[in-house]
Design a protein around this ligand. Structure first.
Ligand SMILES: Nc1ncnc2c1ncn2[C@@H]1O[C@H](COP(=O)(O)OP(=O)(O)O)[C@@H](O)[C@H]1O
Ligand SMILES: C=C(OP(=O)(O)O)C(=O)O
Ligand SMILES: [K+]
Ligand SMILES: [Mg+2]
Length: 545
């Protein structure tokens, strides 16, 4: 986060729970370990309750917040747990690109029922009004029918093509020369005129914005907007190739108009196309430049998309599989969610069954422990979007089970993320919790978290049982939708952690999702926001009675 600008930090608050927002900048002053013996499913084992107490302050009057008898659990998860049990829950998250094939309320509902965790809108296509309409339908579905589908917009990036300057060869743009970028269609070539391929390319563009050709081959400043067209002055001379790519910058930043639109519509994630440096929200790795600065970009982003479509144009195809695995591993180490995207089930745009090679590719991404898989044209324009989604569900559930049984994945190499001691403690608790959950064979992990940090640290360890993340922040809930194995649950949290735990386990039990004898590993990380804050991070095993 260190290299993020104030603006992008602000954006990430909208786009994703800012993991570093949990400020535990307090000195640890006591760690108590209380062993107790509990019986569980006929087995007996020692359970330890550790509680790292962060600077226990002078006693403060705790205001009892009233908790409603309501559990903000989504309908899809509830059904899944009832049908398959905790261990049968799918861990890999699914992203669907919404397009003409699936943009009605009913079609979106079917995708939500089919397991879509995040709906992606690619701003390269269609109009702002169309996207706005889809975003509102998804929010309505969540609100009215109890789904929990996050919305991601994917910015246009450098995706606008300069259709032609007419000549089949490159043309030099001299410093200070005035050029006209138009959507008008004409034959042949006109001097100092470039045709843009996309009607709305100048939408949201203002005077003073910069138009960058092919990631910096030449740069123009917009001096006037005339209808859909732009009059620009060359401020950095260079060559214009036929069908070069254009991108817009404002105040040195890319894609402002899409981002402003996303924020005004309250989307949960913003995926930045053609990221070149470490200043992004959810960065798409799809260029050679981004690979050169991979670690820096992953550090500074809130999440990563392996955008194999464009990446396959920039690097040799045979390098994609290893690059994908490297990116996934790095993201896990640095605790950032990662999406594998493009051509997962490409043949299903036209055919009702996937190729064997496609299923193998999907399974490999799951085996590599990607947080999420993404459908593009399969859902956006294909005739079998729902079926493609069910193929992703089945293939990922199967591979997750297999990796678990084989237990063939080495554990995460030690790599310190936190700088402060409290951050390091959170990390260690979650690393231990992951191992403990597997060794004890608990049925589920419950984590109580405001900003989601502890939930992401748990997910990073890819433990066997599902992780239920209870939060009182809507933005945290929506952000955790991308995180491997995490089911985010919105609930009121009081300052009394024991009361929170009792209340939520009772509610989950009442829903028939937990039964007597089930064991749950419980991790909490909730701070009191009193004058003298007290922070508890605790780990305990609770056997449901
Ligand atoms: N909002 C939309 N409106 C119309 N068509 C869309 C939309 N989103 C996606 N598509 C179609 O689905 C295809 C696959 O989507 P995607 O992979 O996101 O885009 P692209 O192929 O441009 O990289 C696109 O080529 C486009 O034809
Ligand atoms: C996901 C990708 O980006 P887009 O669809 O926006 O080109 C990609 O290039 O793989
Ligand atoms: K895009
Ligand atoms: Mg792309």
């Amino acid at each position: 986060m260190a290299s993020m600008t104030a603006d992008s930090a602000l954006l990430s608050n909208y786009a994703m729970a800012n993991a570093s927002a949990i400020n535990l900048g307090k000195r640890v002053f006591g760690v108590s370990v209380l062993p107790r013996t509990i019986g569980f499913n006929g087995r007996k084992f020692e359970s330890f309750r550790t509680r790292a107490v962060m600077q226990v302050a002078t006693p403060t009057i705790v205001e009892e917040s009233k908790m409603e008898d309501h559990l903000g659990l989504n309908v899809v998860t509830e059904t899944e747990v009832r049908e398959k049990g905790f261990m049968g829950m799918r861990k890999t998250k699914l992203v669907c690109t919404v397009g003409p094939s699936c943009c009605s309320y009913e079609e979106l509902e079917k995708l939500a029922l089919g397991g879509m965790n995040v709906a992606r809108l690619n701003m390269c296509h269609n109009t702002r009004d169309w996207h706005q309409d889809v975003i509102r339908k998804i929010k309505k579905l969540n609100h009215e029918l109890g789904f929990c589908v996050s919305v991601m917009i994917d910015t246009e990036g450098s995706q606008i093509h300069v259709a032609d300057h007419g000549a089949p060869y490159s043309v030099k743009a001299e410093d200070g020369s005035i050029w006209f970028f138009t959507t008008e269609r004409f034959e042949g070539c006109r001097p100092f005129t470039v045709q843009a391929s996309y009607e709305g390319f100048a939408e949201g563009i203002k005077e003073g914005d910069e138009l960058v050709v092919d990631g910096g081959m030449a740069t123009f400043e917009v001096i006037e907007r005339i209808g859909n067209d732009l009059r620009c002055k060359c401020i950095d001379p260079g060559l214009l190739l036929p069908r070069a790519k254009l991108s817009f910058w404002r105040d040195g930043k890319l894609d402002w108009s899409d981002i402003e639109f996303g924020i005004s519509e309250g989307v949960d994630f913003i995926a930045m196309s053609f990221v070149k440096d470490a200043d992004a929200v959810l960065a798409k790795i799809e260029s050679l430049e981004s690979l050169h600065k991979l670690e820096e970009i992953v550090e500074a982003s809130d999440g990563i998309m392996v955008a194999r479509g464009d990446l396959g144009v920039e690097i040799p195809l045979e390098q994609i599989p290893t690059v994908q695995e490297e990116i996934i591993d790095l993201c896990r180490q640095l605790n950032k969610p990662v999406i594998v995207a493009s051509q997962l089930l490409e043949s299903m745009i036209e055919y009702p069954t996937p190729t064997r090679a496609e299923v193998a590719d999907v399974s490999e991404a799951v085996r590599q422990y990607a947080d999420a898989l993404m459908l593009s044209g399969e859902s956006a324009i294909g005739s079998f979007g729902e079926k493609a989604l069910s193929v992703l569900c089945m293939a990922s559930s199967r591979m997750e089970l297999w990796s678990r049984e084989e237990n063939q994945r080495p554990s995460l190499p030690e790599r310190k993320l936190g700088v402060s001691l409290p951050d390091q403690i959170a990390e260690q608790i979650c690393n231990c919790a992951g191992r403990m959950a597997n060794n004890l064979g608990v049925d589920a992990i419950f984590v109580y978290t405001k900003h989601g940090k502890m939930a992401t640290l748990l997910s990073r360890n890819r433990p066997n049982p599902p992780i239920f993340a209870f939060t009182n922040e809507k933005s945290t809930q929506m952000a955790l939708n991308l995180q491997w194995g995490v089911t985010p649950v919105l609930i009121e949290l009081s300052d009394d952690m024991e009361a929170n735990i009792t209340r939520t386990t009772d509610l989950i039990k009442a829903k028939g999702m937990l039964k007597e004898g089930d064991a749950v590993l419980i991790i909490s990380d909730v701070s009191r926001t009193c004058a003298t804050p007290t922070v508890y991070q605790s780990l305990q095993v609770k056997v449901i009675s």
